[in-house]
Design a protein around this ligand. Structure first.
Ligand code: HEC
Ligand code: HEC
Ligand code: HEC
Length: 204
């Protein structure tokens, strides 16, 4: 109550009103500058150049990805690294994911676990598994930013795709379950090969 009274006395004086106005205007301006700077930061660090040149390990991924239809296709729509690896959504979600992904990479770099192409190769399956898990958890939200099952013209698709997509819709399967390794080196084949070796066909 006392504070309330003091404040209203303060605001009743012209100087008080004026300083309150300056304070609020200043805070508002700081807010705008901060969010604009922040948006620029997010935008800059989401670009292909940032992803692939600020850290030499990522050059490998860029080279592989340049061969795929997500880089070059007849429609001229390109999926950048951030389209598949940074969730769209609220800034908070973006920051959390970015901070998590970014610090992990820098951390790995600093402590030297992934500082040579050989070490990167050795870690790829593990890194890929992390991406698969995250996309399974998000129901392939990254893919669905551009692709929508409901918008697919199934009759125009290859028979194999059409059949699989009809099945996917009925069974609620998600993109990443079937579409692993189409942008990067197909490391999932290493797992499948292992599984194939272990697989004993049943006798009929
Ligand atoms: C930024 C938009 C965008 C995102 C994100 C995206 N795609 Fe695509 N996708 C495209 C475009 C554009 C094409 C090429 C269309 C064409 O050939 O004209 C394509 C092609 C494909 C193809 C067919 C060609 C091929 O390489 O076999 C598959 C399969 C595919 N996408 C699956 C996925 C999956 C799975 C994800 C999520 C991991 C994903 N896409 C994320 C835009 C996107
Ligand atoms: C049950 C497995 C399965 C699921 C789930 C699935 N796909 Fe496919 N998809 C396929 C198969 C098989 C093909 C045939 C192409 C191939 O051989 O890779 C295909 C082909 C495609 C193509 C190329 C179509 C054409 O004929 O040119 C696109 C694009 C595509 N899928 C996107 C997606 C997206 C996006 C999702 C998630 C919304 C998804 N798929 C979910 C199995 C699946
Ligand atoms: C169209 C979606 C898509 C785009 C574009 C994309 N990625 Fe990926 N990325 C994936 C998926 C899916 C995986 C999981 C492994 C797999 O299935 O290939 C993955 C895996 C990875 C991994 C883990 C290691 C590995 O070998 O799997 C790294 C690192 C990575 N991506 C970096 C990048 C960089 C850098 C770019 C841009 C040059 C990029 N990605 C562009 C979908 C994408």
């Amino acid at each position: 109550m006392r504070i309330g009274k003091k404040l209203s006395d303060f605001l009743r004086r012209p100087a008080g009103r004026y300083s309150m106005f300056v304070f609020l205007a200043g805070a508002g301006l700081a807010g705008i500058i901060f969010s604009a700077g922040f948006a620029t930061f997010i935008e800059r660090t989401n670009t292909m150049e940032f992803c692939t040149t600020s850290c030499h390990e990522m050059v490998t991924f860029y080279e592989e990805y340049k061969e795929t239809s997500h880089y070059n296709n007849r429609s001229g729509v390109r999926a950048d690294c951030s389209d598949c690896h940074i969730p769209k959504g609220s800034w908070i979600q973006v920051v959390i994911k970015k901070a998590y992904a970014g610090t992990k990479d820098i951390f790995a770099h600093l402590i030297g676990t992934i500082d040579t192409p050989e070490k990167l190769e050795a870690k790829r399956l593990e890194l890929a598994t992390r991406v698969w898990e995250s996309m399974m958890a998000s129901d392939s939200a990254e893919c669905r930013n551009c692709h929508a099952m409901a918008a697919m013209a199934l009759p125009l698709q290859q028979p194999r795709a059409k059949g699989q997509h009809e099945e996917a819709m009925m069974e609620g399967k998600t993109c990443i379950e079937c579409h692993k390794g189409i942008y990067h080196k197909p490391v999932h084949e290493e797992v499948e090969e292992k599984e194939e070796i272990e697989f004993v066909p049943p006798e009929f």
